[in-house]
Write a protein that binds this ligand. Structure first.
Ligand code: PEP
Ligand code: MG
Length: 594
């Protein structure tokens, strides 16, 4: 038995068997044994990946021919030829899988690696120049193999726990929920979108485990404790028994919490709090309502791009939004325009990676440079607004000019619909995320322009403290209770009150039991959180008074250090509402059970 500690990002406990997703970008794919009876399936998997690669290369060849002519496109013919060459590539790979009983990924990696070594050793420079092409081919086939593990459910057994170096949000969103029960990765942070998706899907998950990939074995039994951030390889009987009873206790707690679904979220001194849900897929709206949420405060529409091989059309957008409006049945529904880029990228963006993606062409910046795509989304949102109330908001606004430009494009979209005689809500509120310090610092200016604010703490914390939200190495520096962050939030709320526009908070911190009371104390009255987080947040709100929240927020903001602020908040809240913290919880800094 081996216990690895990581960052807990999605609570719950699961016992399953490991499937490793090897890393395409890594320079080496480790040797992983397979069972003898799995060899045929593994060879088939390789053949499918080879066929998919050839198909992709044929397409690239045609595109290159059209754009750059025959000569430039020739390189793809070499790639196709190499993959079709049974003697040097496919036969040795199949033979290695069968003879050595290793995964298709490892065999592909080794055969290409050895071929590249032979090419590099030749005197003839035409061979030497082909080495990087072979490496390119190698990663193309492995990428298809890794994709096929997720995409072909027949090959995954029930109770599969995915272990990987890292996972993208789109990989996670494509998980087959009937078979994949949890995941654990070496990299990642608590507010990365991969973690957010894990919570949305209700999959226990641990990220930032550092050495898990090298320790894990294919098919090994594993426990993923997404509440405490432990990954236990090859657990002994006693540990399995302990986790089985923890699971039973957790289910009983959830049943108790479910009884609160129809109760209002109101503090003991009578302040009403609006509890909304964050969603990535329309069908999550049902989960929000079942959990006792009263609408949607953030619909992350970029997942329409991330869960499909082709970009969505205006009608795809419309279908998703119309479904949401129908399910919301008159309740609040805030649709955020696409927040692509950073850790959420389309296939096209993946082909030209940015050096610094969180500071790069993401969100509203990307939309403003891709106007036909942006306008199609805006038209779809407007069309859906004819069926019920919708608010639209723009992500990652950093300047007033940007917000005005986005509004202008929205007006263009309205004119398009006017010309077509399509109905829409002319008064649809237009708001913005407050998730960069420049906006928080100039909140009064933005409050004169926008119809509402939604504070995005995931990014606001990252940009204020200069801490990458996806990087496990700096996870301990990612502290939402940092007084600098609290001061920015306080000023945003003040500005919104002064200009009488509503402000909500939809970052992950809004659902954090140690942070939400601070938001209430700073004047936020609408919290939008992951659906599964609604019941416990409601229980906490009902156990606190607003005056307690105000007192704690006032004190926390006065500290010089974020550690003192975090300790103070944790201790005080647990004294005030011990029953709201009854579950197993981890101290994020020490990693010990709190
Ligand atoms: C945020 O930044 O807090 C937010 C809600 O947006 P996202 O997590 O999608 O970047
Ligand atoms: Mg954000």
């Amino acid at each position: 038995m081996q216990v690895l500690q990581g960052i807990p990002v999605s609570s719950g406990v699961v016992i399953g068997r490991i499937t490793v997703l090897d890393d395409v970008a890594s320079p080496r794919v480790p040797r992983r044994p397979i069972r003898p009876d799995a060899a045929d399936a593994e060879v088939e998997r390789f053949e499918a990946a080879r066929a998919a690669s050839i198909e992709e290369l044929n397409l690239l060849h045609r595109e290159a021919q059209e754009e750059m002519g025959d000569e430039a496109a020739k390189i793809f013919l070499f790639h196709i030829g190499a993959l079709a060459d049974a003697r040097s590539v496919s036969d040795p790979i199949s033979a290695m899988i069968r003879d050595e009983l290793v995964t298709a990924e490892h065999a592909t990696w080794r055969v290409f690696h050895e071929l590249a070594k032979r090419f590099a050793a030749k005197r003839d420079s035409t061979f030497q120049t082909k080495v990087s092409d072979l490496m390119d081919l190698q990663s193309r086939v492995i990428r298809h193999l890794v994709g096929s593990r997720i995409g072909q459910p027949r090959r995954l057994e029930r109770d599969t726990v995915i272990v990987a170096r890292d996972l993208t949000p789109s990989q996670t969103a494509a998980f087959d929920r009937d078979r994949i029960v949890a995941f654990a990765t070496d990299l990642g942070g608590r507010t990365s979108h991969t973690a957010i998706i894990a919570r949305a899907l209700g999959l226990p998950a641990v990220v930032g485990c550092h050495a898990l990939l090298s320790a894990a074995e294919e098919g090994q039994t594993v426990i993923v404790d997404g509440t405490l951030g432990a990954v236990i390889l090859d657990p002994d009987d006693e540990t399995i028994e302990k986790y089985r009873s923890l699971d039973v206790a957790a289910r009983a707690r959830l049943e108790l919490l479910a009884e609160l679904a129809d109760e209002p979220a109101v503090t003991i001194d009578g302040t009403e709090v609006e509890l909304l849900g964050n969603i990535e897929f329309p069908d999550e709206l049902t989960k929000v309502l079942a959990a006792g949420g009263t609408g949607v405060g953030l619909y992350r529409t970029e997942f329409l791009y991330l869960t499909s091989d082709r970009p969505p059309t205006e009608d795809d957008h419309y279908a998703a939004y119309a479904e949401c409006v129908q399910l919301a049945a008159g309740r609040p529904l805030t649709i955020r325009t696409m927040d692509l880029g950073a850790d959420k990228y389309t296939q096209r963006q993946a082909e030209t990676p940015e050096r610094n993606p969180f500071l790069g062409l993401r969100s509203i910046r990307y939309c403003l440079q891709n106007l036909p795509m942006f306008k199609a989304q805006l038209r779809a949102i407007l069309r859906a607004s004819a069926h019920g109330p919708i608010r639209v908001m723009f992500p990652l606004v950093t300047s007033v000019a940007e917000f005005r430009r986005a509004r202008m494009i929205l007006r263009d979209a309205m004119e398009d619909l006017d010309e077509l005689g399509q109905p829409y809500d002319r008064e649809m509120p237009v708001g913005m995320m407050v998730e960069v310090p420049s906006v928080a610092l100039m909140a009064p200016t933005f409050a004169r322009e926008a119809d509402f604010f939604s504070i995005g703490t995931n990014d606001l914390v990252q940009y204020t403290l200069a801490v990458d939200r996806t990087n496990e190495r700096v996870a301990s520096l990612y502290v939402p209770t940092h007084p600098a962050v609290l001061k920015l939030i306080r000023d945003v709320v003040r500005a919104s009150n002064r200009y009488e526009i509503p402000t909500s908070c939809c970052g992950e911190a809004a659902g954090d039991l140690e942070f939400a009371p601070l938001l209430l104390g700073l004047g936020v009255r609408t919290l939008s959180v992951t659906p599964s987080g609604i019941p416990q947040l409601k229980r906490l709100i009902r156990a606190l008074s607003l005056s307690d929240c105000e007192r704690i927020a006032k004190k926390a903001i006065s500290f010089d250090s974020e550690t003192e602020a975090a300790d103070y908040v944790r201790d005080h809240l647990r004294k005030l509402a011990p029953e709201a913290f009854d579950g197993r919880a981890v101290d994020q800094r020490t990693g010990h059970e709190a």
